[in-house]
Design a protein around this ligand. Structure first.
Ligand code: TYD
Ligand code: MG
Length: 450
């Protein structure tokens, strides 16, 4: 075996190779392999035989969670920050990661020691921002990027909560590559993880995100940390959505909604009210009752269908999976007599929210059919149900909770797949196929089907 003192690692997926390649063998990206010098590892410790425990012998400390002061953040985390945990908060630049975590620290610092390690902004900048946000006098701050210095500080100071903004600025002299490289980021996360577990510091790491939404470079980070939170939203829109894509202490896909105001981020406790409204009589819009984690959420889905001469008509989805959209368009054409072969189809979900859940299929199909026919969906109507390839509607999970949310928000009629339960306060219209559902929801379509 050749000695490999130099390795190459992919900045996209973290795959490492012994020599430089133009294309990463892990993820297939081009030109992403960069040189990485592995740190001199001190192997050999703890290699003796150990005695395993039975689960009932394991002592569990009553994990009291630390409330962050932001109800939406606490919900996404599963009920607050877990002591000695490592949370990665990803998001595009400018989305509000620093603002969110500074607000959380400001609240936490009233009862506990809270430290902000900033590698991006100066201490003075942070102070100005905190003053603008109205608080945070007790937050401790350290403007530092040296990993060794930060770990040493954490071990002596032992704050209860520490925010590192951002993990890409950290730099260890033991790793030969530049800050932000895979080697540096991986080393930083691994060492901070050790400090978090040994010193009991709950650590929140800010991580930048690339254009396609992955936490930049270090996919490797995602399995090291306990939680991965994604902070999403359009820079020029006021609303921000926080979701967990991984959570060792709670449910994933729990959703938190914030509004960016002049005074920082304000939680939106009832997003359905904000995103689930349509204008009566407007064609091309439908309300989906989607489920995000345990939380039902009403979302307006808008569609535009416009004639095109393109051989490959456009299918543009914002907030909906493009593959799902292609499937819905095909089912509409094949099973519901909504021909879309000569039309561009655009679909957009209100508020910059992304729906990953198949229960939203029916509302997406309704919005497209409504746009294609120029017929509005009946007023005060919401819909949920998964669409099968045969045009049949499948029951969606947690139908009762969804119906309750609809009733709470003044929806009068809910279009559901057959065999869904009933609920008080809303009229439930059952349909077994997409065609029947369209017939019930679009006035003109009803006449056609008759
Ligand atoms: P920031 O938290 O710095 O984003 P990130 O750390 O994710 O890069 O702030 C994002 C934007 O939020 C910034 O462009 C200005 C805006 N903003 C407000 O609108 N109101 C506020 O009170 C603050 C602090 C920021
Ligand atoms: Mg920032």
């Amino acid at each position: 075996m050749a000695k490999t003192s130099v390795k190459f690692a992919c900045t996209e997926c973290g795959q490492s190779t012994a020599r430089w390649l133009g294309k990463c063998p892990g993820c297939g990206s081009f030109g992403t392999l960069v040189e990485e010098t592995p740190p001199a590892s001190a192997a050999g410790s703890g290699s003796g035989a150990k005695k395993p425990l039975r689960l009932d012998e394991v002592e569990v400390e009553a994990a009291t969670r630390i409330p962050s002061g932001l109800a939406e953040l606490d919900r996404v985390l599963g009920g607050g920050i877990v002591p000695a945990s490592l949370v990665l908060v990803g998001g595009e630049p400018g989305v509000g990661k620093s603002t969110l975590l500074l607000m959380a620290l400001a609240s936490i610092s009233r009862d506990r020691r809270a430290l902000l390690v900033t590698g991006e902004e100066s201490a003075a900048q942070v102070k100005l921002r905190a003053e603008r946000l109205g608080g945070g006098a007790d937050v401790e701050i350290l403007a530092e990027t040296s990993l060794e210095a930060i770990c040493a500080t954490l071990e002596t100071e032992r704050p209860e909560v520490c925010v590192i903004d951002s993990v890409q600025t950290l730099w260890s002299s033991e790793v030969g590559s530049a800050p932000g490289s895979v080697g540096q980021v991986r080393e930083a996360a691994a060492r901070l993880l050790r400090v978090a577990k040994e010193s009991g510091v709950a650590m929140l790491l800010v991580g930048h995100v690339t254009k396609d939404g992955a936490v930049a470079g270090p996919r490797v980070l995602e399995h090291l940390v306990d939680c991965v939170l994604q902070f999403e939203g359009e820079r020029y829109h006021a609303h921000r959505v926080l979701r967990a894509s991984k959570n060792r202490f709670g449910s994933t896909n729990e959703l938190g909604v914030f509004e960016m105001t002049g005074a920082g981020l304000v939680g939106v406790p009832n997003p359905s009210e904000l995103f689930g409204r349509t204008v009566d009589g407007e064609a091309g819009s439908a309300v989906a009752c989607a489920l995000e984690g345990t939380r039902p959420l009403l979302l307006e889905v808008q569609a535009l269908v416009s004639p095109t001469d393109l051989a490959m008509p456009r299918r543009v989805a914002t907030g909906v999976d493009p593959k799902r959209l292609a499937m819905i368009v095909a089912v509409l054409a094949r099973h519901a007599r909504v021909p879309l072969g000569q039309a561009d189809v655009f679909v957009n979900v209100a508020g910059g929210v992304r729906i990953d859940e198949p229960g939203a299929d029916l509302a997406v199909a309704l919005a497209i059919a409504s746009a294609a026919r120029g017929v509005p969906v009946q007023p005060a109507t919401a819909a949920f149900g998964e669409l099968g390839l045969t045009g049949r509607l499948r029951p969606a999970a947690q139908a009762r909770r969804r119906l309750e949310e609809c009733a709470k928000l003044g929806v009068r009629t809910v279009l559901v797949p057959t065999e869904s339960p009933k609920a008080k306060g809303v009229r439930v219209v059952e349909a077994d196929t997409l065609r029947r559902a369209l017939g019930a929801a679009l006035a003109e379509a009803a006449r056609e089907a008759a």
